[in-house]
Design a protein around this ligand. Structure first.
Ligand SMILES: CC(C)(COP(=O)(O)OP(=O)(O)OC[C@H]1O[C@@H](n2cnc3c(N)ncnc32)[C@H](O)[C@@H]1OP(=O)(O)O)[C@@H](O)C(=O)NCCC(=O)NCCS
Length: 199
């Protein structure tokens, strides 16, 4: 079996294909490496991420994708490639780290800079949140952003996450200490948002 198909099957064990109004979220696979490298190597994206180096090489993208694939096989995370539902074009990446014993999970995302401000991340995040609460029966979802990252803050607020605090200067990025803002959403809070039509 070729590596690509093998990888796809690993992903399918934990990350089902998810559909939303405009998007298709499918398990990430090694065939996405070139898109991932191109997007993350763009400073508009990487400057807002917490850990990725710059420049971001094909080798780095391949190692990251393989590690994610391994995690998906072990059930410790789910990562999807966000695609246009009609054209299948690559838009970005959505992931959740799964802390299964705590019934808790954490969202991670980025969108190709050319596709920003079209509501894609909010739509993909909401679809993922539905999945973690309704299919995985998680008790809690959490997410963080660097303090200056207004776009990510807007996504988080539009998804209805509750502000939980500021972790002061907990991230050292490009030789600078930065505050990290933390949010959570409990399953009953999600259900209340759903009852209000937000989900
Ligand atoms: C954060 C990110 C994923 C958002 O993706 P997106 O698809 O553009 O997000 P959406 O379009 O769903 O929502 C973005 C919101 O932020 C707003 N926004 C974007 N940049 C902004 C800015 N500089 N100031 C104020 N608002 C801004 C948009 O207007 C939009 O809000 P609106 O729908 O109320 O108008 C994208 O900017 C990205 O990939 N950034 C780099 C990586 C990153 O930051 N990842 C998250 C790490 S925590």
């Amino acid at each position: 079996m070729c590596a690509l198909v093998d990888s796809w099957l690993q992903g399918l064990k934990t990350a089902p294909i998810l559909y939303s109004q405009r998007l298709l979220l499918r398990p990430i696979c090694v065939g996405d490496v070139a898109h991932i490298q191109k997007c993350i190597n763009d400073r508009r994206v990487s400057d807002n991420l917490s850990y990725t180096p710059h420049p971001y090489t094909m080798e780095m993208a391949e190692i990251w994708t393989r590690n994610v694939d391994k995690g998906m096989g072990q059930g410790t995370c789910c990562y999807w490639t966000i695609c246009d539902g009609k054209t299948n074009n690559f838009i970005g990446s959505m992931g959740v780290s799964l802390y299964r014993e705590q019934e808790n999970c954490e969202l991670h995302y980025w969108v190709s800079a050319d596709e920003w401000n079209k509501g894609y991340c909010t739509e993909a995040s909401k679809r993922t949140i539905v999945h973690v609460f309704e299919d995985l029966n998680m008790h809690r979802a959490q997410v963080t952003h660097r303090e200056h990252n207004v776009a990510s803050r807007n996504v988080i607020e539009k998804c209805g996450f509750v502000l939980e605090g500021k972790s002061r200067e907990s991230l050292k990025r490009f030789e600078k200490f930065e505050n990290v803002i933390m949010y959570g959403l409990l399953q009953d809070e999600y259900l209340a948002l759903k009852a209000k039509g937000i989900y």
